[in-house]
Design a protein around this ligand. Structure first.
Ligand code: NAD
Length: 425
């Protein structure tokens, strides 16, 4: 078992809330980690084998739930960390799920589309024994999307010889995916941002936004926020960053990126992506330091560390990526008076609509896009408001309020299943 250190924040909450010894012990380490070999028959006939993992951190509240990542940086430790965050997120969102995560250490950009399909099928073959609608339900994450989930669901059906649409979420709609799942993470983040700014009496038209990470989650957030009236002045991906103080049109950028596979050059190729006459390519790290009202982090972990936290000027940070601010940087930013809308809340729209997809998969019902959006909005607004209230009442950061709510829910469930107080009594 790979060692896992619970964040200091969790230990603080354990003490503040007098969490029982049983719950502390159970949450201190993952329920299950498996390491697998993921075979891939290359187009040239050779066989490549990549290391892969699946972690089910905690299943007190229900089957594990969490994405699958294909990236060269995937490790057992990273899967465990991400599965822990999923545990907190699902509990916070009051979903009947525990937390899981998995992936393979591979760069899909080096593979042909058919090789990615075989890799996806190979990964599911490797973890098929531990997943399923009542055990562990994978979903998309970095470098995996609806198409990849479709291949994975098909492979699982072949292995089990059963039609089980609730085994994987984030599938294409024609294979039992939910309407609204593709935009759900970005939409959820926007709902949280709206709720915060409404408390401050701010209007979207008066708010400038920079988005690091113009991928699945970040690009949809940028498009929806632009539609809502926010001024998106900068976006970046792993190759480039572009900035126009007058504002960009993210939907045009997305069209450009889908066609050209890169952001770089978008400003010059099609003037309609910018709303003024300015605009320039900037260094990616300079985007993080821009003088904007909201900095959105939608790329990867550890975007803001002790080394660059001091350069951030935005007063409000919206975490769409998982873990984009290290604990040390978080402390620096909070001390500096900045507000962080944390990942476990801000990016929870994805897993919430995944839950709606799982419900539809199990009941055979189909919900329209408006129903999904209404239910997502209602749930996210209520939980965001509860976190903001708790943060205000206890004078603590929103992250601490969110973790405190989640840990209470898990700890109560652990106690209700029977703990040492029963034996003592
Ligand atoms: P993605 O691969 O589609 O997008 C990631 C984007 O970040 C890409 O455009 C990539 O080029 C860019 N990027 C990588 N390094 C960068 C850097 N140094 N500077 C600027 N951009 C950089 O992945 P995604 O699904 O959008 O996930 C992004 C993050 O959001 C991850 O942390 C993921 O765990 C989290 N998340 C995603 C979802 C979802 O539904 N997609 C849900 C919850 C959380």
């Amino acid at each position: 078992m790979t060692a896992f250190d619970l964040p200091d924040l969790v230990h603080k909450i354990f003490d503040d809330q007098e969490v029982t010894p049983d719950a502390r012990a159970i949450l201190a380490q993952p329920d299950r980690q498996i390491a697998v070999s993921v075979p891939l028959r290359r187009d040239d006939g050779s066989l490549a084998v990549f290391p892969g993992w699946r972690c089910q951190f905690n299943t007190t509240l229900g089957p594990a739930k969490g994405g699958i990542r294909f990236h060269p940086g995937v490790t057992a430790e990273e899967c465990t960390q991400l599965a822990f965050w999923m545990t907190i997120k699902c509990a916070l969102m009051e979903l009947p799920f525990g937390g899981g995560k998995g992936g393979a250490q591979v760069d899909p950009k080096d593979l042909s589309p058919l090789e990615v399909e075989r890799l996806a099928r190979g990964y599911i073959g490797a973890i098929a024994d531990v997943i399923g609608p009542d055990r562990d339900i994978p979903a998309p994450d970095v470098n995996t999307d609806a198409r990849v989930m479709g291949w994975m669901a098909d492979e699982f059906a072949k292995i089990t010889r059963r039609h089980e649409p609730a085994c994987i979420t984030g599938k294409p709609v024609c294979l039992g995916g939910s309407e609204g799942r593709t935009q759900a993470t970005g939409r959820g983040a926007l709902i949280v941002l709206d709720a915060w700014l409404e408390r401050e009496g701010r209007k979207p038209e008066d708010v400038t936004v920079a988005v690091q990470g113009f991928g699945n989650a970040g690009a949809h957030f940028a498009c929806l926020a632009h539609e809502r009236g926010y001024r998106i002045v900068a976006v970046s991906d792993s190759q480039a960053a572009i900035h126009d103080p007058d504002g960009l049109t993210p939907s045009k950028l997305l069209d450009y990126k889908q066609k050209e596979k890169e952001l770089s050059g978008a400003l010059y190729a099609d003037s309609s992506v910018k709303e003024g006459n300015g605009g320039e390519e900037i260094a990616q790290e300079d985007l993080l330091a821009l003088d904007v009202d909201v900095l959105v982090l939608a790329a990867m972990e550890d975007a803001i560390t002790e080394d660059n936290a001091g350069t951030v000027t935005a007063p409000l940070i919206l975490e769409i990526a998982n873990g984009p601010v290290t604990p040390e940087a978080d402390a620096m930013l909070v001390k500096d008076g900045k507000v962080i809308l944390p990942d476990v809340l801000a990016n929870a729209g994805g897993v919430t609509v995944s839950y709606y997809e799982w419900v539809q998969g199990r009941t055979g019902e189909r919900w329209g896009a408006a129903t999904v959006t209404d239910r997502l909005t209602e749930r996210m607004e209520a939980i965001a408001e509860a976190c903001f209230d708790r943060a205000g009442d206890d004078d603590i950061p929103v992250r601490e309020a969110a973790y405190a709510k989640a840990i209470t829910r898990i700890a109560d469930a652990i106690s209700s299943r029977g703990d040492r107080s029963y034996f003592a009594g």
